[in-house]
Design a protein around this ligand. Structure first.
Ligand SMILES: [Zn+2]
Length: 296
């Protein structure tokens, strides 16, 4: 029927062929319920060092300077891990003291949802406002990262057997406002001051799930990163973080075209016009009463 080998037809009865590649969002459903989570994606040592050197220099590093730094860092990592540079993995290069986040400028409106700002930004400055900025108020910042939600016992302690089997263990995107990010940042600042660079967090839903208002506390040294935790679990967690990170961008607001947004903001007037234009008045589809009829 079709020459394209990569395209396969299917119906709802054989929809099993479709596997969800998506990733859930970390969301709490019961007020007062506490989850134990850990941020599991990280910057690489090279990124951290290059950022520090850039701050020091007060200007972007040249490509040569960057290459030189990466080479030095790789050599040192290889030496510390007793490996050759060519055997270093992506995981070896992660600095687990440096959680990774992404953010984008967004607007929110009931009925439209969270959309990516269409204006042009240079750092923190809006250089050219978009339609959204004119009609939806000032843009806010939406931040996201990847977290692992642990399996826990009744006391809220990590159930290490379940974690070992990866059961009730969830890798999710944690999307948040700038305000919530600041809460997390302050938990990390306190933890670092107390010599706990890699932590879990205890997150408790405070009130109506609709608002996802949360109390965020230091859950002390991250269970997955402790020295007595199976190294295989540690590697699995870091691998999950690397894989999940590619979904983070998509969670930073829906990217709507300017035309579509204009239509949305046009509101009821625009949709009423579309209805009267006849599209909706077209004849209702004729459904066959049963499949037997088709065969008789
Ligand atoms: Zn905007």
């Amino acid at each position: 029927m079709d020459n394209d080998m990569n395209v396969l037809d299917f119906g709802l009865d054989d929809a099993k062929v479709i596997k969800s590649q998506g990733i859930e969002r970390f969301k709490q459903e019961k007020s007062g319920h506490t989850d134990r989570i850990s941020i599991i994606c990280f910057k690489t040592f090279s990124e951290v060092v290059i950022a520090a050197k850039t701050r020091e220099k007060g200007a972007p590093l040249t490509d040569e300077e960057k290459t030189e730094l990466v080479k030095k860092i790789d050599a040192k990592l290889a030496e510390n891990l007793k490996k050759s540079v060519s055997d270093l993995t992506e995981i070896d290069r992660l600095d687990i003291k440096q959680p990774r986040f992404s953010f984008a400028y967004t607007h929110y409106k009931d009925g439209v949802g969270t959309i990516r700002c269409l204006g042009q930004w240079q750092g923190n400055t809006l250089v050219k406002p978009g339609l959204c900025c004119k009609h939806m108020g000032d843009a806010g910042q939406t931040v996201a990262t990847v977290v692992m939600r642990y399996p826990v016992d009744e006391k809220g302690q990590v159930d290490s057997d379940l974690l070992k089997k990866r059961r009730y263990t969830h890798v999710e995107i944690y999307r948040m406002s700038a305000k919530k990010f600041k809460q997390i940042e302050s938990v990390y600042i306190d933890a670092r001051a107390n010599d706990m660079p890699v932590i879990d967090m205890k997150v408790t839903l405070d009130g109506d799930p609709k608002y996802q208002k949360q109390r965020i506390e230091n859950g002390l040294s991250a269970f997955w990163a402790r020295e007595d935790t199976d190294p295989e679990i540690r590697a699995w967690v870091l691998d999950q973080g690397l894989r999940a990170y590619k979904h983070v961008k998509r969670e930073l607001g829906f990217q709507m075209s300017a035309e579509k947004l204009a239509e949305k903001l046009g509101g009821s007037a625009a949709s009423a016009a579309a209805l009267s234009s006849g599209e909706a008045a077209a004849a209702a589809p004729k459904l066959q009463p049963s499949y037997d009829d088709l065969l008789s």
